[in-house]
Design a protein around this ligand. Sequence first.
Ligand SMILES: [Fe+2]
Ligand SMILES: [Fe+2]
Length: 406
Amino acid sequence: MGIIHVDRLKENMVLSEDVRDLNTRLLLAKDLKIQSKHVRILKMWGITEVSVVTDEQDYEETTTKEIDPELLERIEESTKHLFRHVDLEHPAMQELFRLSVLSKSRHDIDKTDKKKMVDIVEDSKEKLLSDLRNNIAYQEIKLPEIPSTVFELNEVIANPLASADDIARIVSKSPSLSAILLKIVNSPVYAFPTRIDTISRAVTLIGTQEISGLALGISTISIFKDIPEDMIDMHLFLKHSLACGIISRVLCAYKNIIQTEQLFVSGLLHDIGRLILYKYYPEQAKKILIRSESSKELLHQEEKIGLGCKHTDIGRDLLKKWEIPFSIEDNVFYHHNPSDADNRTHATIVHLSDIIVHSLEIGTSGERFIPNFDHEAFDSLGLSPSCFDHVIRLATHQFNAVESFF
Ligand SMILES: [Fe+2]
Ligand SMILES: [Fe+2]
């Protein structure tokens, strides 16, 4: 079995899996022999990749056979370090380890986002750690007031009678927000066959709640765009967040979950608590990052030691204060321990997406290792690790198309 781009399909190739659109509607069934009319159908529905029965030669594309053994050994060592806090005996982690190694060896290893979140001169680390002036505790963390766009979008989400024009009116107040929204709905993420030119049209096609939710997520994360570069590389943080949102959305399709936008936004905002620290408490955040670098412990454990809380607590508090829908707050709060969430399935999807993003080292949130893996939650999701390869390919294609919009 192998996944190939629609442009590379040849007559009589056989589909090894059903082809569905993002709403899981069946387009072409498994075992179908491809004819030219099928390629037209796939293109019409914006499907870019399909899974086909291939021979052993093609299958080598997804193995490490061809890689220089010395390079492979080096990559495996650094990947073991990345996976040091998870159980590599679990089949899901084994498969992610394999894909992580494969991804790094296919591309130039140095092209992964190895850049640190903060680059602090070695000499100033001691001084920073010994300076007690800026130490804060959880109770002292002050959260920003709700922005007007988020406030107005909340009202629309809470109003079942809200119309497409109501949303368009709010969104159009921010040209950058409407531009990003339109770019996303016209991208391979939605793969509509025709162009969508207005927010009202997007609302008609995708839904009032869905577009409002998307606008809410984009507005919220955009507030943190101006964090100074000497604190964090916001571009890398956005990459981490966006990739997590897109993978969450792709996993929804696998699990026949219809709340795709809600999961996308949850993934986009999952580490928002860290942005509060980076933006408003940079000195404290730097200390925590330095400590995790030297202790090699997980960042959220160092947060607990340094602040008395984790970024998930701060994220939950912010989303509560801003009255973001509870479903998103629940997914964000429990993304490191989804077994405890109200909606375990949804929180597990965000949890797994975060781990996949970490394993591929796409962007960074400051965490340098793969965070703890909730294997009980994963096992109850009923998802085979064999789907990760396909999920990553689909998500990568969508990610590459929208990354530059943010
Ligand atoms: Fe996190
Ligand atoms: Fe994360």
